[in-house]
Write a protein that binds this ligand. Structure first.
Ligand SMILES: *Cc1c(COP(=O)(O)O)cnc(C)c1O
Length: 483
């Protein structure tokens, strides 16, 4: 250890060097690259300015209230919300989803004259494609899950199936615009209309689509009269929406917005108490003391881009997505699942081809990684009705993809050519112990196949052990040359 700032920063830089590149379009998940370096500099300065501020108390730090008000107002206008819509800035999509479930649970309990969930458990109705943040919320907050299978060919849930799952215990119905695994939009308008008739609130998870769909070409979500295309507050029965500033809003990590139709729904998200000898506590969100850096950075990015800036970045993302899509359509042995609504694509082995001509998505992800691009592997999934959603490779396209489209397309093609006809990788149970002692191998297909074959409980145990071992100072080794 040393106290010299230059040495400290040099060491941080060395540590950071082990990461895959967060800019330049080579990582097709996790990072959302606008491709405009001046925006990074702006976000960094804005964040630095707010480093010492505590977001715990916006009555003391009025700046925090101002930033949040502005972000809520802008987000609300993008999502066709009127003065009836209120909400909060949170630390991310998971927190936004968690709070939407908390609000719905407490409103459901209040409507029954209860104040805690010690009686009948409230229920969350959601398609299998809904984000795990909702499963996590149900586990944390004591709700049961009613999972609705989606069509394995299209990745879309049938509105009637969702509505049929509603019971008197349903506290909230969740749909996505779009869902993460397949990038397809659920039938929001039809679900919302039916749920509203039954007096049940509907949350639209637009964590990933909220800053993309409003400007996506060939989607007129403004004055569109086709209800099937609508998914935001323009749809009457939609009662809450989550949308992540730190994805296609291009803010640094740590910023999302959750909005509610009706202030009482928003208020139900709050925690407040005078039940201790200290200061009166009011927490709108999960955290107590909280950083205002992400809010300041998000505020600066939103200000710099405005609707015109988002429209331009979406146009570039759409152009890149079109190019990648055309290339994928030309690769034999692979096929895109369903009809993705925007910049997320899931690619499966083409079921209409003989195995000798198919491309296994897991092997393909490895082959494409060797060519310098990171895709995301998604294991096959058996739904509650016994149908199986296919093993896929996931691509998240960003504006930066445009600058590397030709290289990416070549990597996708050559990767497919390399592994086409190889039998799909199967599970290797011995691998688990090896991974837990030696870390993840370069070839991930066998690891993912092994995980895919495990039941939920086994997979939970292994995943927990693996991640804990990566962080545990008594297990993990520093490979970056630190002391
Ligand atoms: C990313 C995402 C979330 C969760 O957001 P985090 O910011 O990762 O916590 C929820 N829903 C969807 C559809 C997402 O893509």
């Amino acid at each position: 250890m040393t106290d010299d700032p230059a040495d400290i920063l040099a060491e941080l830089s060395r540590i950071r060097h082990a990461d895959p590149p967060t800019h330049g379009g080579r990582v097709l998940s996790y990072v959302y690259d606008h491709g405009r370096p001046e925006l990074d500099a702006l976000a960094a300065e804005a964040a630095a300015m707010f480093l010492p501020v505590n977001g715990l108390d916006p009555t003391t730090f009025a700046s925090v209230a101002r930033l949040e008000r502005d972000l809520v107002r802008f987000t609300r206008s993008v999502l066709h919300g009127d003065g009836e819509v209120a909400g909060s800035v949170t630390s991310g999509g998971t927190e936004s989803c968690l709070l939407a479930v908390k609000s719905a649970r407490d409103c459901w309990l209040a409507a029954r004259g209860e104040t805690d969930a010690s009686g009948e458990r409230p229920e969350l109705v959601l398609p299998t494609t809904a984000h795990p943040a909702f499963r996590k919320a149900a586990q944390y907050l004591g709700l049961t899950l009613a999972e609705v299978p989606v069509d394995p060919r299209t990745g879309i849930v049938a509105a009637d199936d969702v509505l049929a799952a509603i019971t008197p215990r349903t506290a909230l119905v969740v749909v996505s615009a779009p869902n993460y695994p397949f990038g397809t939009i659920d039938p929001v308008a039809r679900v919302a209309a039916g749920a509203q008739q039954r007096g049940v609130p509907v949350h639209v998870d637009a964590c990933i689509g909220g800053w993309l769909l409003p400007w996506w070409p060939e989607r007129d979500t403004g004055d569109n009269t086709d209800d099937h295309e609508r998914w935001d507050f323009a749809v009457e029965g939609v009662t809450s929406i989550s949308t992540d500033l730190h994805k296609y809003g291009y803010a640094p990590k740590g910023a999302s917005v959750v909005l509610y139709r009706g202030r009482e729904r928003h208020r139900a998200q709050y925690y407040a108490t005078t039940g201790w000898p200290g200061y009166p506590v009011v927490n709108p969100t999960v955290l107590g003391s909280r950083s205002a850096t992400a809010n300041a950075a998000a505020w600066a990015i939103v200000r710099a881009l405005g609707t015109a800036g988002y429209a331009e970045l979406v146009a570039r993302t759409a152009a890149a997505t079109g190019a990648v899509r055309r290339a994928l359509d030309g690769i034999s042995g692979l096929t895109v699942v369903g009809a993705p609504a925007a910049a997320l694509l899931a690619v499966q082995a083409d079921p209409d081809r003989a195995p000798a001509h198919q491309v296994d998505p897991f092997a393909w992800v490895d082959a494409v990684r060797r060519r310098g691009f990171l895709l995301q592997a998604q294991p096959a999934f058996t739904q509650p009705d016994g149908t199986t959603l296919p093993r896929t490779a996931h691509l998240t396209i960003t504006p930066a993809t445009e600058s590397v489209t030709r290289e990416l397309v070549a990597a996708l093609r050559e990767g497919a050519d390399e592994v086409r006809g190889r039998p799909a990788t199967g599970p290797q149970p011995d691998l688990v112990a090896e991974v837990l002692t030696r870390g993840l191998p370069a070839e991930m297909a066998p690891v993912l196949s092994t995980l895919e074959a495990m039941d939920g409980e086994q997979a939970r145990t292994v995943l927990t052990a693996l991640l804990a071992s990566v962080i545990d100072p008594d297990v993990a080794e520093d490979t970056d040359g630190g002391d």
